[in-house]
Design a protein around this ligand. Structure first.
Ligand SMILES: [Fe+2]
Length: 257
């Protein structure tokens, strides 16, 4: 059996000042929440930990190259680097393999400075993890283009990738989800879903971004899962237990249960 622990959308601020604009996102509580999650990791003993983006809550102005206050943008980026380093040190201290991608509230330059370029494959715990760093288009709908699309096509078709796969990405393929006037699923998500199912290779598509969370088990048993956002009470996370016979059990957990 292989066990994965998945959490997403932490929106942490520690070295960065302030908190997320949405008061439900408890940015400044997240370092202490990570300590509690470490206890759960010790107890639940996953083979790998997955984090699907929005590690931090970096202001939109900073991501766009500006500053939301009278301090220079470089100061904000330095603080984001320090916050990413805090999270990386936490991952390393768990002693468990981990797979992480940035989300739309992470600063990709600062993320890369700390974690390196994780937009690639990683073989962990009997699975090949494909990590996708996708973007929001001008209408805020996620899209997979260029090198990310090439990686996706190669995962599903190339002989060298004919193995059990887990896809890690901030944005969702399924179910189609509309909230606050925005699409949360990818442009062309229905085609992406069919391609994933036809390949027979992908066991799970693990995402974030839509904070209420969702879970769909599609054709061929492919799991499309995003846990509720970790930054909001009760600080949810999910466990996936993959059995050798191809079945998987999904269980919901939370720090405040
Ligand atoms: Fe988020």
């Amino acid at each position: 059996m292989t066990r994965l622990l998945h959490f997403t959308d932490m929106h942490l601020r520690s070295h960065q000042p302030g908190t997320a604009g949405n008061v439900a996102r408890l940015s400044r509580d997240m370092p202490a929440a990570l300590d509690r999650l470490a206890d759960q990791i010790n107890e639940l003993a996953p083979d790998a930990v997955v984090m699907t983006g929005d590690l931090l809550d970096v202001p939109d102005e900073v991501i766009a190259g500006g500053s939301p206050d009278d301090r220079p943008v470089e100061t904000w980026v330095d603080e984001a680097v320090a916050d990413f380093a805090l999270v990386k040190d936490w991952f390393e201290a768990t002693g468990v393999d981990y797979v992480v991608v940035p989300g739309n509230h992470d600063h990709e330059g600062a993320f890369t400075q700390v974690f390196g370029d994780t937009c690639r494959t990683k073989d962990v715990a009997g699975f090949r993890f494909f990590c996708f760093w996708d973007q929001l288009s001008s209408d805020r709908q996620p899209e997979r283009t260029d090198a990310r699309r090439d990686l996706f096509d190669a995962a599903l078709a190339d002989d060298e990738h004919d193995c059990p796969q887990i896809h890690i990405q901030h944005y969702m393929i399924d179910p189609p989800t509309m909230a606050r006037g925005w699409h949360y699923e990818y442009k062309g998500a229905a085609d992406m879903k069919r391609s994933v199912e036809r390949s027979g290779r992908v066991k799970a598509v693990l995402s974030g971004h839509y904070h209420p969370g969702s879970l769909v088990i599609g054709a061929g048993g492919v799991i499309h899962s995003l846990p509720p956002a970790f930054c909001e009470a009760p600080h949810a996370f999910r466990i996936y237990d993959f059995s050798a016979d191809g079945t998987v059990e999904v269980t919901d957990h939370a720090l405040d249960n």
